[in-house]
Ligand binder design. Sequence first.
Ligand SMILES: Cc1cc2nc3c(=O)[nH]c(=O)nc-3n(C[C@H](O)[C@H](O)[C@H](O)COP(=O)(O)OP(=O)(O)OC[C@H]3O[C@@H](n4cnc5c(N)ncnc54)[C@H](O)[C@@H]3O)c2cc1C
Ligand code: FES
Length: 263
Amino acid sequence: MAGSPGAFKKSLLCRLNRYEELTPEVFRLDFTWPGPYPRAGQFFMLKPQRSSVFLGRPISVAWWKPPHDRGGAGLVGFSIAKRGKGTAELAALQCGELVELTGPLGNYWGALDPEPLQGPIALVGGGIGVAPCAAFAEELPPGTFHFYGGFKSLPFGLEKIPHASCIIATEEGGQGRQGRILDFLEPARYRRVYACGPEPMLKAVAGLCKNLGVPCFISMERHMACGVGACLGCTVRTIRGNRRCCVDGPIFRAEEVLFDEYA
Ligand SMILES: Cc1cc2nc3c(=O)[nH]c(=O)nc-3n(C[C@H](O)[C@H](O)[C@H](O)COP(=O)(O)OP(=O)(O)OC[C@H]3O[C@@H](n4cnc5c(N)ncnc54)[C@H](O)[C@@H]3O)c2cc1C
Ligand code: FES
């Protein structure tokens, strides 16, 4: 349980102990979490105790802290972008309120990688996709990675990324370099590329890496119902057939994913 990463998944009512607005569109929630601690890349289903939505919403772990002592509770934190009804409910939470957390779910960064994690590595986050990449950065030895963060206007979620390793791009050009983050990524410099963000960005990074023969791993986003592999509602099409994003992913080998044409 506590103290063993991802030993089994649990649903627990957890207390919100920190709420922070990161930008007008993005907020951070931290919870006391007494269950198994997660690995970067995994996610939880979040559903407020008082909620009008039927299903929890899948949210990646942005950071976590193991318990101080055996049997104690750790902390788990999420960065969330306001989209529809479910994330609006999460945005309206007050500290002290209870939220059902189910997890940790899915695989983790590095789970599909046959080689030990050795640099140089590129972590590429687009928008809210920065959150699971920043969690991964905390697991990697300093100096082994460059972090590429792409945003529309305001950067967020980069507090723990060493300044010297971080490349920021904003489409509006207010901070960092102006443009899209992939304009600044040279995959040939890296042994591995790990990416999370909007599907068109993932499709583009997968194409760049494939052309250069650089192994690339991407975190896919799908609407989810059960989150545990039972409803088949979260299909990702791959060259090995249909896969469930919630249990076979969310991390996939980029070269195996068959992207939708619109992406
Ligand atoms: C593994 C995983 C990790 C994630 N991690 C994060 C994270 O760390 N932070 C974060 O902010 N978000 C994350 N997401 C995305 C997050 O789960 C969604 O933004 C959230 O579920 C939206 O819920 P909502 O109720 O706010 O919006 P909804 O009301 O569900 O709608 C959101 C948008 O999707 C559209 N939509 C609704 N249903 C469908 C459908 N069936 N098919 C296509 N489009 C539809 C709506 O029109 C709307 O534009 C993650 C998703 C996955 C799968
Ligand atoms: S959400 Fe039910 S199978 Fe993935």
